[in-house]
Design a protein around this ligand. Structure first.
Ligand code: SAH
Ligand code: SF4
Ligand code: F3S
Length: 470
């Protein structure tokens, strides 16, 4: 796309680590250990960014706590995907005036995707004076500097210049789970689907080098990680900006060839770029989970064109057919938008028929939300909200019945699952290779191992099982 990615140099990173030391010294002089709270909204990409923020905070000497009350630093890592997500953030930001009143030295920061929108930044400047610092996703690596300046300059800091985007390697991450880890393989998006804000707030597509990703995966596996989820807005276009001859399927194959007992998953795949090579690679390697999140958004080719998705209904269906042919046990999930501007009842029924035909294990369902600055926000939208809600309910009811049927079909099967936790001191939880949740009773010492579970019951959302000995 002709926009150059900034690769953050080692010197630039060292300068940030020096700010970490300065912040640590600052608190040393104060004479106590500071506390920080990071609240995350939105997708896994933001969760992964929050882990980096926690890593940087802990390098600055902060203890990470689980609530805003009593925290010296509160970071809101925000999402801009739908209006509702933004309203929640503004509501919670407003509520922080109370914690700040009780603890006037508390420093509140806003970052993430909302910080990439000029209107939001202006609103924070004018109406939320208790927010001390704002930094967009491109400036995440500069957080130690933002923090130090806020602490010492007594001036609000805004690191929000519009940039194509940066890649900073080696930033510390404080992961909250050693068993399952997210690994970002690329950042940004070039697709400009007409409804979507992401390309505006996360910048252009840029891939990390295969070697850096492999090293990170190796280190995770060596430290006991059993499940790696590769993250990107459109993982199938991985590597296009690198000219190193490694595409996403190649990268997956290289990761799946690493030693160790683990599974690798990924999200999200854009159907336009999902290739037969990708599906063949998934089928070939036992360490690649047979799970595919392939958002279709609409079953109507006319609506897909208006969405700028670059594929039609038939292309999508033929890709799914191929994927299911080479991976008979494939677990398929997807995203769908109801009520895109101008969606007719006929278009909607095409969405319904596509769902019936594909039979997804689970769907993430959304009602269209106009995002300022995107083309779809300016499109005519004559359908009343009540009608959109009706369509939404019809779609959810259909999907629930399909999920329930598919789950019921697992009953009686024995499945290899990763035991990943325990619910409130009670049942253990595990995940099938396809990512389905299974609850069963067993010894908590099993957590962290792969076990065979016989599926004994099912609901719309989950399965129950019993441990198979041996
Ligand atoms: N990069 C991913 C999606 C990221 S956003 C992809 O292309 O598949 C996650 C989901 O949010 C999208 O798949 C879409 O279904 C939904 N979404 C995005 N913008 C939206 C909007 N303006 N209104 C409603 N849903 C939206
Ligand atoms: Fe948004 Fe489309 Fe990019 Fe996904 S591919 S992040 S929906 S613009
Ligand atoms: Fe939201 Fe940004 Fe993710 S807008 S969905 S947090 S990429």
């Amino acid at each position: 796309m002709g926009v150059k990615t900034t690769v953050i140099s080692q010197e630039q990173l060292e300068a940030q680590y020096a700010f970490c030391d300065k912040v640590e010294n600052y608190w040393h002089q104060v004479g106590r250990t500071p506390k920080a709270y990071v609240e995350t909204y939105g997708c896994q990409q933001n969760e992964a960014d929050s882990q980096t923020l926690r890593g940087l905070l802990s390098q600055c000497g902060y203890d990470i706590i689980q609530e805003a009350e009593g925290a010296d630093v509160v970071i809101m890592n925000t999402c801009a995907i739908r209006e509702h997500a933004e309203q929640r953030v503004f509501g919670n930001l407003g509520a922080l005036t109370h914690t700040k009143r009780r603890h006037p030295e508390q420093k509140i920061f806003l970052c993430g995707c909302m910080a990439g929108q000029t209107e939001v930044v202006e609103r924070i400047r004018k109406s939320y004076p208790h927010v001390s610092g704002v930094f967009s996703t491109h400036h995440l690596w500069q957080f130690p500097e933002v923090l130090y300046r806020v602490l010492t300059e007594k001036k609000r800091q805004f690191f929000v210049q519009d940039e194509a985007g940066a890649i900073a390697e080696g930033l510390p991450m404080l992961r909250d789970n050693t068993l399952k880890s997210w690994v970002s393989i690329m950042y940004g998006c070039n697709n400009f689907c007409t409804y979507c804000i992401v390309p505006y707030v996360r910048g252009r597509e840029r891939s990390r080098k295969p070697q850096d990703i492999l090293e990170e995966c190796k280190a995770l596996i060596a430290s006991g990680c059993k499940e790696i989820t590769l993250l990107g807005q459109n993982v199938n276009s991985y590597g296009k900006d690198l000219d190193c001859g490694v595409d996403f399927a190649d990268l997956l194959a290289q990761i799946a060839s690493l030693d160790g007992d683990f599974l690798v998953r990924f999200m999200t795949s854009h159907p336009r770029d999902a290739s037969t090579k990708l599906f063949d690679t998934m089928a070939q390697y036992p360490k690649i989970a047979k799970q595919l999140h392939l958002p279709f958004q609409s079953g109507s080719s006319r609506v897909l064109k208006a969405m700028n998705r670059h594929y039609g209904r038939e292309t999508y269906l033929s890709k799914v057919e191929y994927a299911k042919k080479v991976m008979p046990d494939l677990v398929l999930t997807s995203d769908v938008i109801v009520g895109f501007p101008g969606e007719t009842e006929e278009d909607f029924q095409e969405t319904i028929s596509l769902i019936r035909q594909v039979r997804y294990n689970a769907l993430f369902t959304f009602i269209f939300s106009p995002r300022p600055g995107t083309p779809a926000a300016k499109m005519e939208d004559p359908t009343p909200a009540s009608e959109k809600n009706r369509r939404f309910d019809e779609l959810c009811a259909l999907q629930n019945s399909i999920s329930e049927e598919l789950h019921r079909a697992y009953v009686g099967k024995v499945m290899r699952c990763l035991v990943d936790g325990q619910e409130d001191g009670n049942l253990l939880t595990a995940r099938t290779e396809g990512g389905r949740l299974v609850r069963f009773s067993g010894d908590p010492a099993l957590i962290g191992s792969y076990r065979n579970l016989e599926i004994t019951g099912s609901t719309t959302w989950s399965l129950t099982g019993s441990l198979q000995e041996g």
